[in-house]
Design a protein around this ligand. Structure first.
Ligand SMILES: Nc1nc2c(c(=O)[nH]1)N[C@H]1C(S)=C(S)[C@@H](COP(=O)(O)OP(=O)(O)OC[C@H]3O[C@@H](n4cnc5c(=O)[nH]c(N)nc54)[C@H](O)[C@@H]3O)O[C@H]1N2
Ligand SMILES: Nc1nc2c(c(=O)[nH]1)N[C@H]1C(S)=C(S)[C@@H](COP(=O)(O)OP(=O)(O)OC[C@H]3O[C@@H](n4cnc5c(=O)[nH]c(N)nc54)[C@H](O)[C@@H]3O)O[C@H]1N2
Ligand SMILES: [Mo]
Length: 764
């Protein structure tokens, strides 16, 4: 441990600026620049042959499931190139032909590497062999897999309680690896499963289970073509789910109307030029998307939704028969809406009554409505209540359980939904007893730590070993300095990774980096090529089979790593045949089919082209809640006032990153080039603070009397509502307070950070 070291460059040694230029934000997404940009990444990183090989099989039946987002593939008629610009970047990042191993780390201490940006970390190439950072050393060195497993087993078995270990999962882990991992950890004796979902769509699950009975979306891709209205709240599909734009284009051509709700005018919500179509490629014909664009204030969606529902009620435009036959709680909802005044609604949403009525009129004329949402709704203190108002709206319109209608939380990581289905959860899944029966052990009953609780436990010294199956825990989680200290307080930190990231550099007393195969690479066990499976955002389970030679002979698959860790740690305590399961993934799938509902015939059905749908009762019109009905939820508007001079900051993604992985420095659609340390502010807010574009400011976070700082950001004047500003994740995670989390779901409020700005230096 070396407490004197700067843990994150953002706070203690601001990175040098990379050379900002600003152009006008785009009004249309994709088209030829998208194709050009993806080819640049693929051929630059992976080499022409390796890159093209991977792309040819991307999202094709029997091919590779894209490692980028969780948007589904069409059930039929897949395009020759069924991927997007950002999927291509994700593949290029993983199929990188450069590698780094012990030799690289002999020349670069963790302190030197800590001074580099996340962008620079990703550019070194793939991790090629297992590495250890021994107590007191500042240099990682080679370690054999055998010794690495023994080291972990010894540390885990030396703990006073299994609850002193933390087992994190990121959402790229396959179903097979995830199932084995939770099996191992529960046999070890804990439910400490923090995962990226805790920071992502946890609020959606928390809102949906009590209201419609399932914590997942209820629509299929084909529903988009049948919808009359699609409402998109707090989501930037042009960047984060680009293939969704094809679905929106089809919907528009079939006559649907789109309502976009976002503080920013995002290009991918305005119009789409489809690079899969010849005319889109030539840039001659774009499809306009949003018919109504509501530039809501950050956090103002709950007010807007209540306003829309008040309109529908007062106009009598609700589905009374559906409400009577299929729901409970309508009277309470109505009473709470009656008690919510228009003044508060207009104040909080920042919208005019005319704008809200315009949206309500579009909705009032339709009974096939799809509501989509992502992080703009989930990462708020009142996220669960807001999403429940989305559900309320859909129920008022009777718009669920039929074609072209329903709820669509758009997931992030390509298998984040599958990992949860496989039991990566700090609670015991409903099928916990079956797991115990199948494998002959008692599943621990006590709830484990979620992500925020895990950080607090490590900080307090109550958790002493951290193991991360994928992800970048330090950079993705809130309150970077606090989390850094938490990790440094542990005895051992372990990361199963494909590339260097900041979590490898802020470590416990001992640290391990375990390099694994990526999804694009061939996974051969006992001379038989294996495939893995994933579940997309719409509940389709499908196979993924890599076709590239592994970038190093020293990599293990995630499944092998988990199985060997389990065998080493549990020894004769476990009756599970770990070797056998990891030698042939069909055996893991057989076990899953016996334990997890909906997976009968898993091995056969997943071999069908396109895979299979998991059962989803609300999609078919029945609600597996205790009342056997869908439930309205009544809530009050929360207080969103901030102090004088304070701004509300949302932390968002650029067009050139996947979470903490930074592919490049362009935010092409927003017109922000070659710089990530920027703060997007309303021109009048800047003027009130005597600031102008190009000035350098320090950001100061304010939460319950605590202050946090992120220094050295360039002011960009942008079309954003007054009182709101935006910065990029993860540079400003240092400002997201560990104790600022959503009610019920405990998700960090990454879209609601209260700050002031202080001038550091004038624009040159
Ligand atoms: N290329 C690429 N694809 C990705 C990712 C990536 O980083 N890069 N990440 C993946 C993951 S894990 C996820 S979870 C998803 C994330 O997908 P998104 O949720 O689209 O990602 P964010 O950049 O966080 O964007 C949030 C959007 O919500 C808006 N917003 C912020 N606050 C509010 C609010 O209070 N109300 C409303 N109405 N809007 C608001 C922002 O302006 C922005 O447009 O994407 C997935 N796909
Ligand atoms: N301020 C702020 N914070 C946020 C968010 C936000 O919007 N704002 N968003 C939150 C959200 S939605 C999410 S999902 C989390 C993301 O949190 P994480 O999932 O923890 O973070 P990622 O950046 O996706 O993880 C990237 C790392 O995963 C590793 N990796 C990539 N592919 C593989 C693989 O195939 N196997 C293995 N083992 N490792 C691999 C690479 O080494 C890479 O460095 O961040 C959250 N944090
Ligand atoms: Mo996410």
């Amino acid at each position: 441990m070396s407490d004197s070291l700067p843990v994150v460059p953002e706070a203690d040694c601001p990175e040098a600026f990379t050379g900002l230029t600003v152009s006008d934000p785009k009004h249309v997404a994709a088209g030829f620049p998208a194709v050009a940009s993806s080819m640049k990444h693929v051929w630059g990183r992976a080499g022409v042959v390796r890159g093209t090989r991977a792309l040819m099989m991307l999202n094709q039946p029997g091919g590779i499931d894209c490692t980028s987002c969780a948007w589904p593939d069409p059930d039929e008629h897949r395009a020759f190139a069924e991927f997007c610009e950002n999927g291509a970047k994700a593949i290029a990042f993983e199929a990188d032909s450069r590698t780094i191993g012990a030799e690289f780390f002999r020349d670069h201490s963790v302190d030197d590497l800590s001074k580099l940006s996340d962008y620079e970390h990703g550019r070194f190439g793939r991790l090629a062999e297992p590495l250890v950072l021994r107590p007191g050393s500042r240099y990682y060195e080679a370690i054999t897999w055998e010794s690495a497993f023994k080291l972990m087993a010894d540390e885990l078995n030396a703990l006073a309680s299994p609850n002193e270990a933390i087992f994190y999962t990121s959402g790229r882990t396959s179903n097979e690896a995830a199932f084995l991992y939770q099996l191992f950890v529960r046999q070890f004796g804990t439910n400490n499963f923090p995962d990226c979902s805790n920071m992502c769509h946890e609020s959606s699950g928390s809102a949906l289970v009590p209201t419609v009975g399932i914590g997942k979306g209820t629509v299929k891709l084909e529903d988009f073509e049948k919808a009359q209205v699609i409402v998109i709240l707090g989501q930037n599909p042009g960047t984060n789910h680009p293939r969704m734009l094809s679905a929106l284009q089809k919907a528009k051509r079939a006559g649907a109307k789109i309502i976009a709700v976002n503080p920013l005018k995002e290009a991918g919500l305005l119009a789409f030029l489809n690079p899969q179509e010849a005319r889109g490629m030539l840039g001659v014909w774009s499809t306009a998307l949003a018919d109504v664009y509501l530039q809501v204030k950050i956090g103002g969606d709950q007010a807007l939704l209540k306003g829309v529902m008040k309109c529908l009620l007062s106009w009598g435009k609700i589905d009374a028969a559906f409400i009577r036959d299929h729901t409970t709680g309508f009277d309470d909802l109505k009473r709470s809406l009656d008690a919510t005044g228009w003044d508060a609604i207009l104040e909080q949403s920042g919208l005019s009554r005319e704008e809200i009525e315009a949206a309500a009129r579009v909705i009032a004329e339709s009974d096939r409505i799809i509501a989509c949402w992502a992080m703009g709704l989930t990462q708020h203190k009142h996220a669960v209540a807001t999403i429940q108002d989305v559900v309320n709206l859909i129920l008022l319109c009777g718009s669920i359980g039929k074609p072209g209608a329903g709820l669509c939380p758009v997931r992030g990581h390509s298998n984040v939904q599958g990992d949860r289905t496989m039991g990566i959860w700090e609670h015991v899944p409903a099928w916990g007893h079956k797991l115990g029966q199948e494998f002959g052990f008692t599943v621990p009953a006590e709830k484990g730590y979620d992500t925020v609780e895990a950080i607090r436990a490590m900080h307090a010294g109550d958790a002493k070993v951290f193991i991360g199956l994928g992800g970048n825990f330090l950079s993705a989680t809130p309150d970077t300095q606090y989390t850094a200290q938490a990790l440094k307080n542990t005895r051992l930190t372990v990361h199963v990774s494909i590339k260097l990231n900041r979590s490898h550099l802020v470590t416990g007393r001992t640290a391990l980096i375990l390099p694994c195969l990526g999804r694009t690479e061939r996974d051969v066990q006992n001379e038989v090529a294996q495939f893995v499976t994933t579940e997309n955002s719409m509940g389709v389970v499908q196979s993924s089979r890599g076709n590239l030679a592994p970038c190093s002979p020293h990599l293990l698959s995630e499944t092998q790593i988990v199985a060997r860790l389990a065998a080493a740690t549990l020894g004769p305590r476990s009756k599970t045949p770990w070797d056998k399961l990891a030698a042939n993934y069909d055996f893991i799938r057989d076990a899953i089919s016996r334990v997890v509902p909906g997976f009968d015939g898993y091995n056969d059905r997943v071999r069908e082209p396109g895979g299979f749908y998991l059962p989803n009762k609300p999609r078919d019109g029945t609600f597996p809640t205790p009342t056997a009905k869908a439930n309205f939820t009544a809530s009050d508007l929360i207080d969103l006032k901030v102090g004088p001079g304070e701004l509300v900051m949302m932390t968002i993604r650029t067009h050139d990153q996947f979470n903490t992985t930074i592919y490049g420095l362009e935010d092409r659609y927003r017109g922000i080039h070659n710089e990530r340390r920027v703060v997007l502010m309303n021109r009048d807010d800047a003027r009130d603070r005597k600031l102008k574009a190009g000035d350098v400011v320090d950001l100061v976070g304010h939460f319950r009397g605590e202050q946090r700082r992120a220094n050295h950001f360039i002011v960009v004047e942008y079309d954003i509502p007054r009182g709101c500003c935006a910065t990029y994740f993860p540079e400003t995670n240092v400002l997201v307070p560990i104790d600022s989390t959503a009610d019920v779901s405990n998700t960090p409020t990454s879209k609601w950070v209260v700050i002031t700005v202080e001038l550091a230096s004038r624009a040159p």
